[in-house]
Design a binder for this molecule. Structure first.
Ligand code: GLU
Length: 313
């Protein structure tokens, strides 16, 4: 028996939801620290969710949780793993399907890109190619052997959300994928179901996800779930202004430790990047940062992280 998702946890919570596709880098850790500070400064529970529906790197989950703990983050329940929650995504898709809001999509990635770049489909949104296939057309496409993805039959063109840092934000709501052709539930569905089931009413995450937020909020509304409050925080960039990545050098806690910088030193670096420490070398801990935290004073621009030159000979 699975616990019913219809009775979500009621104590409000914030969360950090990493994908265990590799080690967290300082940019991810900084987002985690912010999510913790936002939650704790508003008397929320703090939860961690392992978003392992997609690419999983062996050992990454354990190392990610250990790295979060090493920085001093704590969470109030055992981490929720998405692969344990397939029944909940199935139930939501069944609900939408029973309401006539799901259709099969046979498009390849290439077909979607081609169609989405057409003038009538701005912003790369799915233009609804398979939305109104006749039963005969669908049967013909099915016979070609390509397993269909399932898409939401959205009836809004756009949806507005409020972001605590960025204000009102509107973007297109297209027919978002609910289940991929390979059978895996889509992130945009899982995130909505899980935030509600965990009682998450405050979503703090990297601003690369801002453009997906209106469609997630729309989906929540369709499913009768509460829409959380959002705060999208700037990402960490490398010296070239690109999104920080592992190839940029010593960027993980393990890399930095090997370089003589322990977790406390990395927390100092993160705190100083957020204006919460006078200098990267200041010794800080999370309780101290909590006393200094003020969302209104957070930097609004990306953090450029230059991996330190090795101190080792
Ligand atoms: N799992 C996503 C990531 O690691 C984050 C999803 C979210 O915070 O909503 O990018």
């Amino acid at each position: 028996m699975h616990p019913p998702d219809s009775a979500p946890a009621t104590t409000p919570a914030g969360r950090f939801a990493p994908s265990p596709s590799g080690d967290l880098h300082v940019g991810n850790l900084r987002t985690a620290v912010l999510a913790w500070l936002f939650a704790r400064s508003t008397n929320r529970r703090f939860l961690v969710r392992v978003e392992d529906l997609d690419r999983v790197h062996p050992g990454a989950e354990v190392r990610q949780l250990a790295d979060l703990a090493a920085l001093g983050l704590d969470w109030d329940a055992p981490p929720l793993r998405q692969t344990d929650r397939l029944y909940a995504y199935d139930a939501a898709i069944a609900d939408l399907s029973a309401r006539g809001l799901v259709y099969e999509c046979f498009c390849t990635r290439k077909e979607i890109l081609r169609a989405a770049s057409a003038p009538h489909a701005p912003d790369g949104a799915y233009p609804g190619t398979c939305r109104n296939l006749t039963a005969k057309q669908a049967a013909a496409r099915r016979a070609s052997g390509r397993p269909p993805a399932l898409r939401l039959r959205a009836d809004a063109a756009e949806f507005e959300v409020t972001d605590e840092l960025l204000g009102l934000y509107t973007s297109q709501v297209d027919d978002v994928v609910l289940r991929r052709g390979d059978g895996v539930p889509a992130y945009n569905l899982a995130v909505v179901i899980d935030d509600a089931a965990q009682g998450v009413d405050q979503v703090v995450r990297g601003d690369d996800l801002l453009s997906s937020t209106p469609r997630q909020a729309y989906l929540a509304a369709l499913l009768g779930l509460p829409i959380p409050s959002y705060a999208h925080v700037p990402l960490a960039l490398n010296a070239q202004g690109q999104r920080l990545a592992k190839r940029d050098g010593a960027v993980t806690l393990a890399d930095l430790a090997a370089d003589g910088r322990d977790a406390a030193a990395v927390l100092g670096l993160i705190a100083s990047s957020l204006g919460l420490a006078a200098a990267p070398a200041e010794r800080v801990d999370l309780p101290l940062l909590l006393t200094r935290f003020d969302p209104a004073r957070l930097p609004r621009e990306p953090w450029v992280f230059r991996p330190p030159q090795s101190r080792r000979p």
